[in-house]
Ligand binder design. Structure first.
Ligand code: ADP
Length: 599
């Protein structure tokens, strides 16, 4: 038991360390309220005892000098009147106590849920602070677990449970001290009856609980993964008639998880029942003791009253202590995960933390001797890549699949970091602190652009609150992207909902939305990523014409493609071959050559 106690103190200390300083302050305030509450609980319990004595023997009213003075002062007509007044006073005390109790309970719960909100926000922030390489490496359901489930589970089952544990331990100890002071015999009886039972109960559950916690930790992300996979697999699942497979894979995991929660719930209900049985055992013991040792009925009844009152308050307290212990034990893994993320978050990339000075493109950008290789892929290497984009130029990059085009784009977007060489802006190398400012210069039009489930307006003014969107800039961006006629023809105009991932749009329209997004942001450099394009000829023509119409906007445009016809608008085209620049050409020179092979 001593070992267990040390462990639980260790956990409480760890919980304290995971909290932020303001949260710690609130936690301490909570502890103070708990202490106050504990005194109130014990005091109100103690107030019952004189009342019981009063009912048993009303002559105390005259005999006790204080009671007698009160009796005379308020001018009671009879002892019964006095007792009614006493009952009302007791009632008032309990109403007050319980009112304050509700307030403290609300304060505790709100504190715990607020911590959950803050942890979710932090976890979301941490997700964005992670390096790109780590994002592509981790199972995508882990962020869901860390952002949605871990904060609530920690706050409710660990933090709130620890607060409950402390509060109930205070109450428990105070009541025990009170009982020991009032009647050592009852105290002894309680100790003898309770301690072995409690110990047994706690031992019994320990192993099971940790297993339930572990299961929850491991199965939840998997279950989220299976759910999302199943949802995204809609078309394929139906075509291959594999709906049942996806459904069952998810359901069987879910059953396993829920079964363990059923067990968890049952284990939580055992203490109350066991304690009730023990309480009865205590009563029987008192009666037996009364019969065997003394034949003073009055005394036995009083003893039963004291024991009853004590168990009335002590049993729920013990019950809550046990449940809190069970919860903390089961969900301790959330604490491990939070501590782990605290450890790693200090290594998070600082790029968006310090707002860098704005950058401007005056003359050119260039890649200078840029070399890069993936740590886990020795067979590919970008080798001293050099090329230049002058301001206002449209430049292309062509290469077979696997030649390194996407890698170059990710280096230009600063998602990957070159091992040697540099990116030059007007001759000045980009520094790590420039990343945010550099990215604000760039509009990135992906082959399958990310489309928000929302209106055209929200998608063009990406990430701006609807109230803050500049209508003029929006109209201009739509016009320059060649979407104005289409939007004008829609009954709801820019408010038209375009569906999750733009399901209500054609491929060309989606790309134009992405172009409009870059134009709304007034990006000077537009990067078109057609590196893995499987575009049909029609869509390709559409995009080429959209890009061509942009040339009048004095934008610097970089088109990455594996099909030469996409590069028609380019003034210069670099060829990438197995990670090296093999030369540069005019569109007319390359038109006859074949790039699509070797995929
Ligand atoms: P492209 O866009 O021209 O098709 P990529 O830049 O995507 O070419 O890929 C270049 C090479 O790098 C390929 O051989 C690919 O397998 C490899 N590669 C791409 N991404 C990674 C990664 N995250 N880790 C390891 N190797 C990668």
């Amino acid at each position: 038991v001593a070992m267990q106690r040390i462990k639980i103190f260790g956990i409480i200390l760890r919980i304290y360390r995971v909290l932020t300083p303001p949260q710690r302050k609130k936690a301490l305030l909570n502890a103070a309220l708990i202490l106050g509450n504990a005194f109130l609980e014990v005091f109100s319990l103690a107030a019952v005892l004189p009342f019981v004595a009063l009912v048993l023997d009303s002559s105390v009213i005259r005999a006790n000098p204080y009671l007698n003075r009160a009796f005379l002062f308020f001018g009671f007509g009879s002892e019964n009147q006095f007792m009614i007044a006493a009952v009302l006073l007791l009632l008032l005390l309990f109403i007050l106590k319980n009112g304050i109790g509700v307030f403290i309970h609300y304060y505790q719960s709100r504190f715990a849920y607020d911590v959950s909100t803050e942890l979710s926000g932090q976890a979301f922030g941490e997700y964005y602070a992670r390096e790109y390489a780590r994002i592509t490496d981790t199972n995508s359901s882990l962020p869901t677990r860390d952002i949605i489930f871990i904060p609530t589970e920690f706050s409710i089952y660990v933090l709130l449970a620890a607060i409950t544990l402390l509060s109930e331990c205070f109450i428990f100890l105070l009541i025990c001290a009170g009982i020991a002071f009032y009647d050592p015999r009852v105290f002894l009886l309680l100790t003898v009856v309770l301690s072995p039972a409690l110990f047994l109960l706690y031992r019994l559950k320990k192993g099971k609980l940790e297993r339930i916690g572990k299961q929850s930790e491991e199965l939840k992300p998997l279950s989220i993964k299976y759910l999302f996979q199943g949802i995204y697999a809609y078309i394929d699942a139906k075509l291959y008639a594999k709906e049942r497979y996806f459904q069952q894979r998810f359901s069987s995991l879910q059953r396993e998880l829920n079964r363990s929660f059923a067990l968890f719930n049952t284990l939580n209900a055992i203490p109350a029942r066991l304690l009730e049985t023990i309480a009865l055992l205590g009563m029987v013991a008192i009666v037996l003791y009364g019969l065997a040792v003394s034949d003073n009925r009055q005394e036995i009844i009083l003893l039963l009253g004291v024991f009853g009152a004590a168990t009335y308050r002590v049993m729920p307290s013990i019950n809550r202590i046990l449940i809190a212990l069970v919860n903390v034990k089961t969900f301790k893994y959330t604490l491990d995960i939070l501590e782990e993320s605290r450890r790693t978050s200090s290594h998070a990339s600082p790029e968006n933390l310090h707002p860098a000075a704005a950058l401007r493109l005056e003359k050119f950008i260039a890649l200078h001797n840029v070399s890069f290789s993936y740590s886990d892929n020795p067979s590919f290497r970008l080798n001293k890549v050099n090329f230049m984009l002058k301001k206002g130029e449209t430049v292309g990059l062509i290469g077979k699949s696997g030649s390194g085009k996407t890698t170059i784009i990710n280096i230009m977007l600063r998602f990957l970091k070159e091992q040697s060489g540099e990116i030059l802006l007007d001759g000045r190398p980009l520094k790590p602190g420039d990343t945010a400012a550099w990215r604000s210069l760039i509009g990135y039009v992906k082959q399958a652009p990310f489309i928000l489930d929302g209106s055209i307006k929200e998608n063009v003014a990406f990430g701006e609150a609807p109230g803050g969107i500049d209508a003029e800039r929006l109209a201009l961006a739509l016009e320059q992207a060649g979407l104005d006629d289409w939007v004008a023809g829609l009954p709801r105009g820019v408010e038209t909902q375009i569906g999750e991932q733009g399901t209500k749009l054609s491929g060309g329209q989606r790309q134009r939305i992405a172009i409009a997004r870059a134009l709304y942001r007034r990006s000077e450099i537009l990067i078109f990523d057609e590196a893995t394009s499987e575009l049909d000829r029609e869509t390709e023509r559409e995009i080429v014409s959209a890009i061509e119409s942009l040339s009048g906007q004095k934008k610097t445009i970089f088109i990455v493609a594996h099909r030469i016809t996409t590069l028609k608008p380019c003034q210069r085209i670099y060829e990438l071959k197995e990670g090296e620049i093999a030369g540069f050409y005019q569109y007319a020179d390359l038109r006859e050559r074949e790039f699509e092979g070797g995929k």
